[in-house]
Design a protein around this ligand. Structure first.
Ligand SMILES: CC(C)(COP(=O)(O)OP(=O)(O)OC[C@H]1O[C@@H](n2cnc3c(N)ncnc32)[C@H](O)[C@@H]1OP(=O)(O)O)[C@@H](O)C(=O)NCCC(=O)NCCS
Length: 257
């Protein structure tokens, strides 16, 4: 579907996904992901049952297509205490209402890539997460070979916090995943003293390298920030993480790949 790069500059609009999008949404997921999604998932998306979504459309297309999805993002809210990143989020243990946004799927049809559409969809998600006072972060999994997606999340200032070995099992093959987090509403857990020391050492090392490489001007434009300390301290690994067998069963957990 829509394989060749579009020849015109699209006039992109963003809107909620609804029942009329069912067929295209299913087709796009089949085209873009190596995994199969259950019909129930699509019905939940279009009927807005526990899943929130945004779609992108190109208003400059002919009338019959101007409302067809060219991109989408789907999310669900999960209780912070039950999530796998409880340890990474600043949570008040006395409160049970704290939540996280989990990004289920994100995709843009090939002809419309590199126009900033995925970035805009992610911005919608972040904006939404910020409007929920109890929300502490948005997070997602991405398969380790998905370079465009990894670049995208880094560019959007998501922190890569974990590498999960063999997290995905696709057609009998094991693949690692990265876990990316974007904190909102003060959700970042405070750095430990050790992390601060490691962060400071890394900073000094980077600065020395930069001076040696005569790149001081570039460095000045990118001041080091304490808020990045989790990312700078490196990615943690959890080999015991529950694995996702995505093809044999069909996905009911709906992770981003
Ligand atoms: C990943 C994907 C959603 C990106 O969509 P997109 O609309 O092209 O992304 P954007 O135009 O917003 O790109 C933003 C940034 O992402 C990165 N990026 C996007 N495509 C890239 C590519 N092919 N190679 C390297 N980096 C890429 C770049 O940093 C880019 O910023 P830049 O254009 O300033 O360099 C799209 O390639 C896609 O749908 N892939 C298949 C489905 C998928 O993998 N979904 C993600 C699952 S986690």
């Amino acid at each position: 579907m829509l394989g060749r790069k579009t020849s015109h500059r699209p006039l992109v609009a963003y809107r909620p996904i609804g029942p009329s999008d069912l067929g295209i949404l299913q087709q796009l997921h089949a085209d873009l992901f190596p995994i199969r999604y259950e019909p129930e998932f699509f019905h939940n998306v279009v009927n807005r049952r526990d899943i929130i979504s945004w779609g992108a459309v190109d208003r400059s297309r002919p009338n019959s297509q101007r409302d067809d999805l060219i991109g989408f993002v789907t999310i669900k809210m999960v209780p912070a205490r039950e999530s796998e990143i409880t340890d990474l989020v600043r949570c008040d243990p006395t409160r049970s209402d704290q939540t996280l946004v989990y990004i289920l799927t994100l995709g843009v049809v090939e002809a419309y890539r590199k126009f900033g559409i995925a970035s805009a969809l992610i911005r919608e998600v972040i904006r939404y997460a910020k409007t929920i006072p109890t929300c502490r972060a948005a997070y997602l999994h991405v398969i380790s070979y998905n370079t465009p997606a990894i670049y995208l999340y880094k560019r959007m200032s998501f922190a890569c916090v974990r590498r999960l070995y063999g997290f995905y099992i696709i057609e009998g093959q094991h693949y690692d995943a990265y876990l990316f987090v974007y904190y909102v509403n003060g959700g970042r857990s405070p750095c430990s003293p050790l992390e601060i020391v490691i962060g400071a050492v890394n900073y000094v090392k980077t600065s020395l390298n930069s001076v040696a490489g005569r790149m001081w001007r570039y460095d000045e434009r990118k001041p080091w920030r304490w808020t990045k300390c989790k990312e700078k301290c490196g990615v943690t690994t959890t080999p015991s993480q529950s694995k996702r067998n995505l093809v044999n069963e069909g996905s009911t957990e709906f992770q981003c790949v």
